[in-house]
Design a protein around this ligand. Sequence first.
Ligand code: NZQ
Ligand code: ZN
Length: 384
Amino acid sequence: MENFTYYNPVKIVFGKGTISQLGTLIPQGAKVMITYGGGSIKKNNVYDQVVTALKDYDLIEFGGIEPNPSYETCMEAVELCKKNNVDFLLAVGGGSVLDGTKFIAAASRFKGEDSWDILSKCAPVDDAIPLGAILTLPATGSEMNFFSVISKNATKEKLHFGCPSVYPLFSILDPATTYSLPQKYIRNGIVDIFVHVIEQYITYNVHAPLQERYAESILKTLIEISPKLLSNKIDYDTRANFMWCATMALNGLIGCGVPQDWSTHFIGHELTAFFGLDHGESLAVVLPGVWEHQLYNKTDKLSKYGQRIWGLSHSSPIETATIAIYETENFFRSLGMPTMLSEYNITEKDIEKVCERLKNRGSKFGEFGNIGSDQVREILLSRI
Ligand code: NZQ
Ligand code: ZN
């Protein structure tokens, strides 16, 4: 097993009716800015619960944080924060609202000249406005990690940063807030969670069986609950398990002491930035391509995954690994998720834009750092 340091300070408040506890979680007397997205929280009663729970606080709000939150929108919120001396941010929504709020928290106290440097130059973030979150869409794990992914409309870039000062102080996870989710976002969430686990699991063996079993337990649970999640019958316990899978998949725990890949995510971010695919959609296209390309580097883990998750028992590891890839793509398709670029009308010419950018950046992805722009071209061409 590799060396690691594990630290996660986020307080999780999980369950029915927990939004009412907000007043015990946010410091008394704080000037609070509630941040949210396009308005789903106003239709499903979440906003009303928040405002009721915070009736004794001095509140302002900033709505309109879009899916794949933009730098441009977040900077408007930064202005509002500064003007109103906001000292606590409460993000209410999906991963985009949480990520946008983390960036707003950091940019509001950033001493440098250009806040985009936090994303493009990894400029250090020493300070941020304290924040809390109410999650309404299980997917990203943003509720219990310090990552944030922000897009710049002007240049069609999508970049991430991460630093301890943007860990949420707390995250409220009430599964009932997910009842209003359209199937599309549930499907996207299942794939996102699945791929978070995979990128910390399908690498190479470092003798870490506990981490493998953690990863497998999340994958198995997701596969088991997916039909129920996508059926028309809403069931609290299924939503609760969905939500907890999402949090556990990317709060750092399953990645302790093991190599990680993340190439599918980084390539996927480019597909979102250039062509507007939802985050989950981009992953379902890229993952089978990365695996086919890296089949010989990942044979052992893919074969183990095939046996333990899909119950495969073929004579050779390569054969098991190959069929495991096929089973995974089938699983995504069973959720109603497209897995080919052609389904989004993306062509060979379009792929060149992605490759050119990655070449200019000198990007190298994967657990071996062996996926550069030429390999990305091969991977994406195999998905047309
Ligand atoms: O904006 P509103 O009106 O709230 O509607 C949202 C949005 O349109 C809607 N929604 C959310 N909760 C709802 C709801 N609709 C009805 N009922 C509810 N309860 O869902 C739509 C999509 O929301 P979004 O927040 O964009 O989805 P998601 O949670 O999948 O977040 C995606 C973003 O997170 C980033 C992605 O790159 C993408 O930008 N990621 C963040 C990570 C992190 N911080 O660790 C890791 C991930 O790999 C990912 O990259
Ligand atoms: Zn993701």
